[in-house]
Write a protein that binds this ligand. Sequence first.
Ligand SMILES: Cc1cc2nc3c(=O)[nH]c(=O)nc-3n(C[C@H](O)[C@H](O)[C@H](O)COP(=O)(O)OP(=O)(O)OC[C@H]3O[C@@H](n4cnc5c(N)ncnc54)[C@H](O)[C@@H]3O)c2cc1C
Length: 338
Amino acid sequence: MIKFEQNISLQGLNTLNLPAVAEYFATLTDPEQVTEIVEFAHSNNLSILWLGGGSNLVLADQVPGLVVKIALSGVDLLTEDDEKVVVRVGAGVNWHQFVEQSVENGWFGLENLALIPGTVGAAPVQNIGAYGAEFADSCHSVEVVDLLDQSLQQLKVEQCRFGYRDSLFKQNPGRYLILNVQLKLSKQFTPNLGYTALDNQLQAMGVARPTAGDVFNAVVQVRSSKLPNPEELPNAGSFFKNPVVSAQHFQKLKTRYPSMPSYADELGVKLAAGWLIDQAGFRGLRDHHVGMHADQALVLVNHNGATRTDVDQFSARVAGAVLEKFAVQLEQEPVPYP
Ligand SMILES: Cc1cc2nc3c(=O)[nH]c(=O)nc-3n(C[C@H](O)[C@H](O)[C@H](O)COP(=O)(O)OP(=O)(O)OC[C@H]3O[C@@H](n4cnc5c(N)ncnc54)[C@H](O)[C@@H]3O)c2cc1C
């Protein structure tokens, strides 16, 4: 029998440290419990929030319905040949710990995604990415419960509609419960370099021909030096996606701001949201409880005692200033709930 508790604080369960309280709360430790959870929610007319590490959520003070903490464990080697392995990983496994374990086991492809907080089950939701790699590159399939009919499905990578910080799961909030993820990882290591910060770090480490362990360590060091640790300064990582603008709009901006960083994108030109926020005057700016980080203008931080309202009001100010100065609309990356 699952314990359904009432009025449970989620403050320690979200990396922004927002003072949210769940109407009902339960923990999922075994896929067999899904039916009981869904029946409880249906019979009490409750919506369900599947909660991983809470590192990509902006929670309201009162979270109505049932919050289910995903604690599904397990790492199983499914297939192996000379070149690759397919590994099934439980949704509740810590992402970074699995990346570390995969490097130790000689399963390559995830090194650039080291130190991203959260769980394996949330990785497909926004198709996590960093340093030129993204979850989709190593995804074999995602095992889900489709809550429309409670069917178990194994969705192949091409069915998951992965895009930049986007997926089928993000587009259909609440519909899919991710139970396991199957990753296809290479047994031959091919470094994925070309990011200045990463290349510089490897150089500083005196590494000319990096192993997977070197890249893993370099990513950990670069990220630790650049990003605020949520345990010290609560945050949800990048607060906005990098916006994509038309080539025409980009040309206008580039003429006016020649130093503006940009990247080719299949839909137009991608701009660096952090640079836009910095130029709009928000880097290091604080308004009472919240602010944009002084070293990473893209990271909204909770200095102390912030609520969802503080976050919403401040992020709207930031997005408004960027819109006014550059005519570029920023889109929030962490999921607001509800
Ligand atoms: C310091 C910091 C750095 C970060 N850096 C990066 C980065 O480099 N790249 C990047 O892409 N992201 C980054 N993030 C964002 C975040 O870590 C990722 O999005 C991560 O995958 C979220 O995992 P989580 O378990 O905390 O998810 P949660 O925040 O708990 O949930 C996020 C969303 O996924 C849903 N969800 C979670 N688990 C499941 C499940 N099993 N089934 C169905 N839905 C589920 C939730 O309902 C919610 O909608 C960073 C965050 C922080 C705080």
